[in-house]
Ligand binder design. Structure first.
Ligand SMILES: Cc1ncc(COP(=O)(O)O)c(C=O)c1O
Length: 436
């Protein structure tokens, strides 16, 4: 059972977290190559701090770097985790010495059977279900934890659509920190249990994710000693998604794919995969060859896809209604930046119905032996639709990001799959069932 929130609050408020403040640089921090935070709009810089909104123009803040020389050999000699890319992340140089979940280095599978079924030439699945809590969120949380530690925080918190809840609770447990995790009360049972088991403070809120997110922003202002991974330390957290781009490029033999399909919730991951590809190109780690970034949403929560289709720059918030709950963010913070990235690279955004999501999960499982959660079903089904509508080129080398494990969303398939028959323990009965 999780700790009582009141206990946590008492403990955290009495916790001496030194110079952590909501509005000023915490202290002199060592976040490796990270040099400053800059407004995504004006580029105006502030010192590294637990801040997420630019005081210059109220736009989101982004980490800017002062990269030293980074060589392929150094990366290849690094640990089998995202820390092999530490010289490209806002983390201290001795990051491996601090207890963390060591995510990353997940499989890149050559998906020949799926490619054949879809009529594609070369297709890869980046199987991020292999992370410690079975989604890509372990990557972003590991980076957020590293930054939060440098700033002097000792409580890890988040509002979550599910996977982030798992990752935050686990990372806090591993580090010996307290956690405060807020989720919509409608979340899948598996995601609730796989968060609660880490014994932090898990609070279910009667409302959708956007309500929970608003509440988290309010709480972050009240509890300046809580590091909300995707609120007050969001600029650092989101950099963790660059490692998906780095890994794909390294696993392809130090080159970029021609097309990549990425699921969208807040939109952060999509923009950071692009940032990862660009950084690798600029640092000479790969040839900066052209690539297209494609976005995937569920129709029941498709504000970015709708804006893309309408040719708009502004994303109109929606009220989510889809089985892809991990992607159910009706007001995506990085929506406009997703539109920029997709348009700049010549990609597209598609959305699919819940029935198509289930069909996507089953197609991927049947052809490649990869069981994805609903977000993976969205990516798979959108890739199929993008092919059918001629937006994804079947002749170009393509990567699909499968970012979460199907065991977390069993309900999505429970009415569609099951045993072919239940028979007595006899060979004849099995034979009969196989012939039926
Ligand atoms: C499995 C999975 N994939 C993709 C995403 C999208 O992430 P982002 O919010 O960075 O767009 C999420 C978000 O929660 C997720 O849980």
């Amino acid at each position: 059972m999780g700790k009582d929130l009141a206990d946590t609050m008492t403990a955290t408020t009495s916790n001496d977290v030194g110079s952590v403040t909501g509005s000023s640089p915490a202290k002199s921090v060592n976040l490796g190559p990270a040099a400053a935070l800059a407004s995504k709009e004006s580029g105006a810089e502030i010192p590294l701090a637990p801040e997420f909104v630019s005081p210059d123009d109220f736009s989101p803040l982004e980490v800017v770097y002062d990269f030293g020389a980074v060589r392929r050999e150094d990366i290849e000699a690094g640990p089998r985790s995202i820390w092999r890319y530490k010289k490209l992340l806002p983390v201290p140089p001795n990051i491996e010495e601090h207890p963390n979940t060591e995510p990353g280095c997940t499989r890149l599978i050559q998906a020949d059977r799926l490619a054949a079924e879809l009529g594609m030439r070369k297709l890869w699945i980046k199987d991020d279900t292999g992370n410690p809590t079975h989604s890509f969120k372990d990557r972003v949380v590991a980076v957020a934890l590293a930054a939060a530690r440098e700033f002097g925080f000792r409580v890890l918190a988040c509002p979550s659509t599910g996977n982030l809840a798992n990752a935050t609770a686990a990372a806090a447990a591993r580090a010996g920190w307290q956690s405060v995790v807020l989720i919509p009360s409608s979340l899948e049972r598996a995601k609730v249990l796989t968060t609660a088991v880490y014994d932090g403070a898990l609070i279910a809120i009667d409302g959708n994710y956007d309500d929970v997110n608003r509440l988290a922003t309010e709480l972050a202002a009240e509890h300046e000693d809580w590091a909300f991974v995707n609120v007050n330390v969001r600029p650092y957290y989101s950099e963790g998604s660059k490692t998906l781009g780095f890994e794909v490029a390294e696993q392809l033999g130090w080159r970029l794919p021609e097309q990549i399909v990425v699921p969208i919730a807040s939109g952060s991951q999509l923009t950071k995969v692009d940032k990862g590809f660009q950084e690798f190109g600029k640092l000479g780690l790969v040839e900066p060859t052209p690539y297209k970034v494609f976005g995937a949403q569920a129709t029941g929560c498709s504000p970015v896809s709708a804006a893309f289709r309408a040719g708009q720059d502004v994303v109109q918030p929606v009220k989510p209604d889809t089985i892809a709950r991990s992607l159910a963010i009706g007001a995506p913070a990085d929506g406009p930046y997703v539109l920029d990235t997709v348009r700049r690279t010549g990609g597209a955004i598609e959305d699919v119905t819940d029935e198509e999501v289930v069909a996507g999960i089953r197609l991927l499982a049947r052809t490649e032996g990869v069981f994805a959660e609903t977000a993976g079903g969205v990516t798979m089904a959108c890739a199929k639709k993008l092919l059918e509508t001629g937006k994804l080129n079947p002749d170009e080398e393509t990567v699909l990001l499968i970012t979460g494990d199907g065991l977390k969303t069993l309900d999505a398939v429970s009415e569609h799959v099951g045993p072919r028959a239940t028979v007595p323990p006899s060979a004849d009965a099995v034979q009969q069932a196989l012939e039926d």
